[in-house]
Design a protein around this ligand. Structure first.
Ligand SMILES: [Zn+2]
Length: 504
């Protein structure tokens, strides 16, 4: 969660209702037009529709997820992508390749050739061949217009969902399309001179990472709604061995040059967005913490932090609604804007005391989405925090107790909690002859656990290292709170043109 300190930016904060669309999803059958009939549909009839929709959604994506601004690394990613484009079906797309600020390994393609890999994926890849295969996979989704083939699915995306949530739905492909993209990606990589077996080795790392990182929040993308990684890895391995290819020099140069390009990437959660300590969320810049229910799936994205109940039957989300010290006034504003647009019916509203802080609570129902919400507004240190407990209409009562417990757990950080904040960056170090990974970790003060370090380096925990072997580790440094950087003004304006709140 990132604080947006100027009112202008606050309008874009995704609403709890948009999260509802993500959680309850298209399977609810709630039609896109039902909540706001005038909203424009996402229709991908032609190449040019792809380009138009992709351009719009990529701006939402950039604003709500964050793009890593690393010119050298970005240029490198583009160079890899562009070497494969001539071998893909011809489209009038202007392909873009960017790194999104997401801790978990992920990659996805928006219509029109907007391709993203997460910083989590960049820290996981071990060779340029692997990276090329992943990018080739995403180019295939875009070039084969897989999103258009799923138009029926896309038509059901509720326009109320904003930013990357909608983008994420656009990037969710079917299993057959995933198999297609795996094959297409390997063929593209091979034609452009990379080893197509990179797809298989990457998928093996991914499978290992998956087993280590249960509980991470993710977007639909490379890894969701896909055939399981072991099956894909086996298929990719066989295909990799059978594809003819002529090696071309790697763009990065040597293996060490490749790893050096990745050095400096943030590993794991960015402390600026707040961190989870078990189920307690801690935010240093804003000096607060609160605790989510046990065994719920935790989410920490730029706009929202929250937890999804088992079975996706409910979720609790926290956001900073805006500057202010009057929770009732903020509630009124939400009633007049967001809830009015959703045609919500307000059932009750009242002032409440949340721990030592003044609060305000309102309960509402959105019939069109068959969703009920209980909102608690809390005034704290010049900002109004908002906690939504959201469920299907008729089921909210089961979750209200937990939602209120989350609100009551809201408090400033303890000194001990403040000491937990540390920024971890990827660093490349040289191993000593016959050193174990554990010894190297101890010697270099590696902040990444041993299991993850092994996966990041495509090694086993008990692997013996050779002298000079380059190894990825995590270098820690204390994190100091700072003012959140502002979204560039130009981007801000273009977003207001496309966001539902700015365009009623
Ligand atoms: Zn895919």
């Amino acid at each position: 969660m990132r604080i947006k300190q100027k009112g202008k930016c606050l309008r874009r904060i995704a609403t709890g209702l948009s999260l509802a669309i993500m959680v309850f999803g298209a399977s609810s059958g709630c039609g896109g037009g039902s909540m706001q009939p005038q909203r424009k549909q996402t229709v991908l009839d032609t190449d040019f529709d792809d380009a138009k929709v992709g351009a719009r959604e990529s701006q939402n994506m950039a604003a709500s997820m964050g793009i890593i601004e690393d010119p050298e690394l970005n240029e490198y990613l583009n160079a890899i992508g562009k070497r494969m484009i001539p071998f893909a079906p011809r489209r009038p797309f202007k392909y873009t390749f960017q790194i999104v600020d997401q801790a978990s390994p992920n990659a996805f393609a928006l219509p029109g050739g907007h391709i993203y890999v997460s910083r989590g994926l960049m820290t996981l890849v071990n060779t340029e061949d692997e990276l090329a295969c992943v990018i080739g996979h995403e180019i295939t989704h875009a070039a084969e217009r897989h999103a258009a083939a799923r138009q029926e699915f896309n038509r059901r995306i509720n326009p109320f969902s904003m930013g990357y949530l909608r983008a994420g739905q656009l990037a969710a492909y079917g299993r057959d399309q995933e198999r297609d993209a795996d094959r297409g990606g390997q063929i593209l990589a091979a034609k452009a001179g990379w080893n197509p077996s990179g797809m298989a080795t990457f998928m093996q790392d991914l499978g290992a990472m998956d087993r280590l990182s249960i509980g991470w929040s993710r977007l639909p993308g490379f890894f969701d709604s896909h055939p399981s990684s072991p099956e894909r890895a086996a298929t990719a391995s066989t295909r990799g061995q059978n594809l003819a290819w002529v090696p071309r020099p790697h763009i990065a140069g040597t293996h060490l040059d490749f790893l050096d390009k990745l050095a400096g990437l943030t590993v794991g959660e960015d402390p600026k967005e707040g961190i989870f300590e078990k189920t307690r969320f801690l935010h240093l810049d804003m000096d607060f913490s609160l605790r989510f229910p046990d065994n719920w799936r935790l989410i920490n994205d730029r706009d929202v932090v929250g937890a999804i109940a088992p079975g996706q039957k409910a979720f609790i989300a926290l956001r900073i609604e805006g500057p202010g010290d009057d929770p009732q006034a903020m509630a009124k504003k939400v009633i007049e804007t967001e809830l009015f647009q959703a045609r919500a019916k307000i059932h009750s509203e009242m002032p409440v005391q949340v721990g030592q802080y003044p609060g305000y609570r309102l309960d509402a129902q959105v019939s069109a989405a068959r969703t009920s919400v209980s909102m608690t507004f809390i005034a704290y240190k010049g900002y109004i925090f908002r906690i939504d407990t959201v469920s299907r209409t008729g089921q909210l009562n089961q979750y209200l107790g937990r939602g209120r417990a989350v609100a009551r757990s809201f408090r400033p950080l303890t000194t001990q909690e403040k000491s937990l904040f540390e920024l971890v960056e990827l660093e490349i170090v040289e191993a000593r002859g016959n050193e174990s990974l554990a010894q190297l970790s101890a010697r270099t003060n590696n902040k990444i656990d041993l299991g993850t370090t092994a996966v990041l380096n495509d090694l086993f925990i008990d692997s013996r290292l050779t002298s000079g072997q380059p190894i990825k580790i995590g270098k820690g440094r204390p994190y100091r709170p700072e003012e959140a950087p502002e979204v560039p003004e130009a981007l801000n304006e273009s977003l207001e043109k496309t966001s539902p709140t700015a365009n009623p």
